[in-house]
Design a protein around this ligand. Structure first.
Ligand SMILES: Cc1cc2nc3c(=O)[nH]c(=O)nc-3n(C[C@H](O)[C@H](O)[C@H](O)COP(=O)(O)O)c2cc1C
Length: 271
């Protein structure tokens, strides 16, 4: 593993105190609760009071500033390349469409908690790029969905490894909230102008009623195929092999990149 900078070291120590038995490797695993939970919610305050490591998702620099002010331990900067939903909370999701390459450096320049880059990162090149942009970790979703171990249904895993995975789009059709998936018949037909979409979570329930028979009939054209823009880069079949090669590749070059970024951050904070 590349060297871990001091803020992460503290974060990992706290994380491993909480879930020591779960941590076989030093990876911070988190799942963000997007809906109706904000940095001011009682759930957040309860977590903070119990010293639970809290990571907020920002899709704009303004959201990152709000999360830092609220006292989160780290911020996931989630670019619009990401698969599935993203946690926009200050503006509408449709109005918070900044890409990872632009979002991460804007946020790292602004906050003093560790930043996790998310969205479109699928291999060692993406990880190194994120580190160079000032992120101290990455959050990868789609790349892991394609792995045998992911729990995603077979049709989705096959679609993620198929040629059409390179064509994704944003839609409210899957759940009623903006999400990214592989362009297929379901997405295209429900995205047509004038098609009524129910509010979340009713639309999710409606689509689920279609997805169950569609899956049974092997019809991936009628399934929500959650995926980010880098789905085409997914090569994972075995998660351990994927992670091992990712860590090996990143380790070869990460040291100098992390050092350069840390020096740059120091100069930036002194100026
Ligand atoms: C199927 C799926 C569902 C997701 N749902 C949520 C969600 O509810 N809330 C959230 O903040 N992020 C959600 N995400 C985004 C992930 O947490 C992560 O940021 C994203 O997958 C990273 O981008 P990538 O998919 O390009 O790797 C979801 C991602 C996927 C693939």
């Amino acid at each position: 593993m590349p060297a871990i900078s001091p803020p992460w070291e503290r974060l990992f120590q706290r994380t491993s105190r909480i879930r020591r038995s779960d941590l076989k490797i030093r990876l911070a695993c988190c799942w963000t609760r997007t809906y109706r939970h904000s940095a001011s919610s009682s759930e957040f305050r309860h977590g903070k009071a119990k010293s639970i490591v809290t990571i907020g998702t920002a899709t704009t620099p303004d959201e990152a500033a709000a999360l830092q002010e609220a006292g989160v331990d780290a911020i996931a900067a989630s670019g619009f390349e990401a698969g599935g939903h993203r946690g926009s909370f200050l503006r509408a999701a449709e109005d918070s469409l900044t890409g990872t390459f632009s979002l991460v450096p804007q946020i790292t320049d602004m906050v003093n908690v560790p930043v996790i880059a998310a969205g479109g990162i699928a291999d060692a090149r993406g990880v190194i790029a994120a580190l160079a942009l000032g992120a101290e970790a990455v959050q990868m979703g789609t790349a892991f969905l394609a792995c045998e171990e992911s729990g995603a249904i077979l049709l989705l895993r096959q679609a993620l490894r198929g040629k059409k995975a390179g064509h994704t789009a944003l839609t409210k059709a899957f759940t009623g909230r903006l999400a990214r998936g592989i362009h297929n018949r379901l997405l295209e037909e429900l995205n047509q102008e004038g098609t009524a979409i129910l509010p979340y979570p009713l639309q999710r329930r409606l689509v689920r009623n279609l997805a169950i028979p569609a899956e049974a009939a092997g019809r991936s054209d009628l399934l929500p195929l959650w995926a980010g823009q880098s789905a085409n880069l997914s090569t994972c079949t075995d998660v351990l092999a994927f992670l091992t090669s990712l860590v090996e590749e990143v380790s070869k070059i990460a040291g100098p990149v992390i050092e350069w970024t840390a020096n740059r951050r120091q100069r930036h904070s002194n100026s």
